[in-house]
Write a protein that binds this ligand. Structure first.
Ligand code: AMP
Length: 374
């Protein structure tokens, strides 16, 4: 099946066309500045889609799209797997808008733009939170008054689920196991970063929580901090907007070094070293905790931009894990490579793997599977 994969943001729309059977990427592109027609951007998501269609006409050469798969950030407590989009599903995604005010409305705009243009097109919503619907209550509950959960849905949801599900399958494949027998720890280290404890193929804990701000040190996000810092700063006159900007866009690696790109951080001298120490130490603590959570991991897996490409960062992290008895082979670790591979030594207590993620391929596969079974 030929699948158009859409990742629709408030002011941008990323797309890829994939052959779901072979995984082949037939086209990809990015439409930016949606809503900014003064600077040449499309007026809205419908007009952005006009541009996508124009771009696709030349690349698809007469082949047509069979279905559209959308990345939807928040599936709340309802969605534990990808679903065929109906009007009722659109309303359900909209009801989750308060939980992801920047993302879900934009995702729905993308879905509506397709429905208006191609009313009979099958569309599938693939949720970033869905893989974490298996979290046990002790992992998803915050120790706050129950009312906050009942009234506002304040709990841990977890994100990057499409990537974790995909990497679980591919890491299991590398170990010669079916996905449901994979027990291990997966670190998705991109500009946004999170780590998941997988037991028997299911997510049992993950570092992002109510929003993608909790957990690891990220490119521009702080990850875990003492929440009282927010109270302190609000008493000092910081507004809600200031705090949002501070923690989501000006913290993490960029806050510590002035750079959010790992390659620049690695080259930024002493400040870079301190930032990498903080980030790798935080990550190592999570890995130790998740090793306990899963009852002994069979594998530690690195994925996403940093996890796949920065051998220096992988080395820093694994060097902190000698208490777990895991070791990497320097030559294997430093080899570039785009396919799943093992980088640990023979003596390592369990394998350390690098498994490239591919969220678009995962969305295309999921979309084809849902449409097939509908
Ligand atoms: P992602 O969000 O998965 O695209 O990952 C983006 C992050 O991966 C950025 O911090 C990049 O600096 C980092 N990255 C990509 N390639 C490399 C590389 N060769 N070495 C170190 N970091 C890299």
């Amino acid at each position: 099946m030929i699948i158009l994969v859409i990742n629709s943001g408030s002011s941008s729309l990323k797309y890829q066309v994939r052959d779901s059977a072979t995984g082949e990427r037939l086209a990809n592109g990015l439409i930016e500045r949606i809503g900014d027609s003064a600077h040449g951007g499309p007026r809205d998501h419908a007009e952005a889609l006009d541009r996508v269609t124009q771009e696709l006409e030349s690349t698809l050469q007469g082949r047509s799209i069979d279905a559209v798969g959308h990345r939807v950030v928040h599936g709340g407590e309802r969605f534990s797997e990808p679903v065929l989009v109906t009007n009722e599903i659109i309303r359900a995604i909209e009801r989750l808008n308060p939980l992801a005010p920047l993302h879900n409305p934009a995702n729905v705009q993308g879905i509506r733009a397709i429905a208006d243009r191609w009313p009979s097109m099958k569309q599938v919503a693939v949720f970033d939170t869905a893989f974490h619907r298996t979290l046990p209550e002790h992992a998803w509950r915050y120790a706050v008054p129950d009312d906050l959960y009942k009234k506002f849905g304040i709990r841990r949801y977890g994100f990057h689920g499409t990537s974790f599900e995909y990497v679980t399958r591919h890491a299991a494949g590398l170990l010669g196991l079916p996905a449901q027998e994979f027990t291990g720890i997966i670190a998705h280290l991109g500009n946004g970063a999170s780590i998941t404890a997988v037991q028997g193929g299911r997510s049992i804990d993950t570092s992002m929580g109510f929003t993608p701000l909790e957990g690891l040190v990220m490119g521009t996000r702080s990850g875990d901090i003492d929440p009282s810092i927010l109270l302190f700063l609000s008493r000092e006159g910081y507004t809600e907007k200031d705090l949002d900007r501070l923690l989501n866009r000006e913290s993490g690696l960029v806050g510590l070094t002035g750079h959010n790109d790992m390659r620049s951080v690695e080259e930024s001298g002493d400040a870079g070293t301190v930032a990498l120490d903080i980030a790798s130490y935080r990550l190592a603590k999570y890995i130790g905790g998740y090793h306990v959570a899963v009852g002994g991991a069979q594998a530690l897996v690195f994925t996403a931009g940093i996890g796949e490409n920065s051998w220096r960062f992988r080395e820093r992290v694994v060097n902190r894990l000698s208490a777990l008895g895991i070791f990497i082979d320097d030559a294997e670790n430093q080899k570039p490579g785009g396919s799943p591979r093992e980088i640990s030594t023979e003596e390592s207590a369990f394998p350390v793997l690098v498994v490239p993620t591919d969220e678009e391929a995962a969305i295309a596969e999921a979309t084809a599977a849902v449409v097939d079974s509908a």
